[in-house]
Design a protein around this ligand. Structure first.
Ligand code: NAP
Length: 314
């Protein structure tokens, strides 16, 4: 008999069906089932749930779960909703996602480095004015969060000639990157960076990290890219820092509420680029292959893939 694996999500059924189609081809020994189509016996034996923003009550209705595989890289909502009693949570760690994110960070770093917001503004007022060129090596890009995505972005930026500083929770060494940690490291990164990039997970420690005090400690006219999670920024404080020019421009792909409400001051702010959470879309084929490999390895060896640390929140 095929082993039932529960697909537990709050994404729409067409999207769910697309995941099942790809996963079923990769996991012929298993039966990937929509949670609401499983009977009590199937729910009772399922050891694995594949999830995307699941209803916690549905996860709790799978009494034999050994572990959960998220289809997403960010797990803050899972951690908050499932709590510490949840089975081990494995998140998506996809090198293709990291490549796409690194490409996006490089693209929007160039956008800021080559003054595109300024030339766009000048064009609106028919202003012909040339600003001096600065080499990438004259700019420091500070990356907050040096995990899978931060390291990939750092490598791309370094290869493009930028000076790169990284900040992580633990002290660590990364080739060619000036690595910092702790509060003192954050202070230095903010003080010295021309462009600050957030690739931090959202946790109790990182929520509201970039606030008025931290914006004030940045270089006058620094630029910001937030491609990880909206609540890492205190929105009112960023707007105030943009209004004074302390922050010259922000490229934002993630927000406290998504879709970004039409009432948000970000939409019409001349110093903000709003993106609709597109910096690193999941590639269904590469993601499904990683999920399937983890599941096959578990069935073959009994070994659980590396899970997130629920107390740390990422
Ligand atoms: P990851 O591998 O878990 O890396 C997280 C990094 O942040 C690590 O370097 C970690 O430090 C550091 N960190 C965590 N808490 C910290 C703290 N309090 N102080 C300092 N550093 C801290 O995560 P990832 O795969 O790179 O992904 C990062 C985030 O990107 C995800 O959580 C998700 O929210 C977001 N994301 C966004 C998109 C999008 O489309 N916009 C797509 C995918 C992911 P250590 O190395 O010391 O652990």
């Amino acid at each position: 008999m095929k082993k039932p694996i529960a697909l537990v999500t709050r994404i729409d059924r067409a999207d769910e069906q697309s995941w099942v189609n790809v996963l079923a081809g990769l996991l012929p020994e298993s039966e990937i089932m929509f949670f609401d189509e499983m009977n009590d016996a199937q729910r009772g034996v399922a050891e694995i749930a594949i999830v995307a923003n699941p209803d916690p009550a549905h996860v709790a209705a799978l009494p034999n779960l050994r572990w959960i595989h998220s289809l997403w890289a960010g797990v803050e909502r899972l951690v908050a909703e499932l709590g510490s009693a949840a089975p081990p949570i494995v998140r998506l760690e996809d090198p293709e996602l990291a490549r796409v994110m690194a490409e996006a960070i490089l693209a929007w770093t160039y956008y800021l480095h080559r003054d595109m917001p300024t030339y766009r503004r000048q064009q609106g007022a028919a202003i012909w004015h040339q600003h001096p060129y600065r080499r990438p090596g004259d700019l420091t890009v500070g990356i907050l969060g040096m995990g899978l995505l931060g390291k990939a972005a750092a490598a791309q930026l370094k290869a493009a000639g930028f000076r790169v500083t990284g900040w992580a929770r633990s002290s660590q060494q990364v080739d060619g990157i000036d690595m910092l940690s702790a509060e003192s490291g954050l202070d230095r990164l903010l003080r010295e960076s021309d462009i600050v990039v957030s690739l931090l997970p959202l946790t109790p420690e990182t929520r509201g990290l970039l606030d008025a005090r931290r914006f004030a400690s940045m270089k006058a006219g620094a630029r910001l890219i937030n491609f990880s999670r909206g609540p890492i920024i205190v929105d009112a404080d960023l707007i105030a820092a943009l209004n004074t020019g302390q922050i010259a421009h922000a490229v934002l792909d993630v927000f406290d509420t998504e879709p970004l409400p039409s009432s948000s001051p970000y939409w019409l702010h001349g110093s903000v680029t709003v993106l609709p959470h597109i910096s690193a879309p999941t590639d269904r084929n590469t993601a499904a292959a990683i999920v399937a490999d983890n599941i096959k390895r578990y069935y073959a060896t009994g070994a659980l893939p590396v899970a997130i640390d629920i107390r740390r929140g990422y």
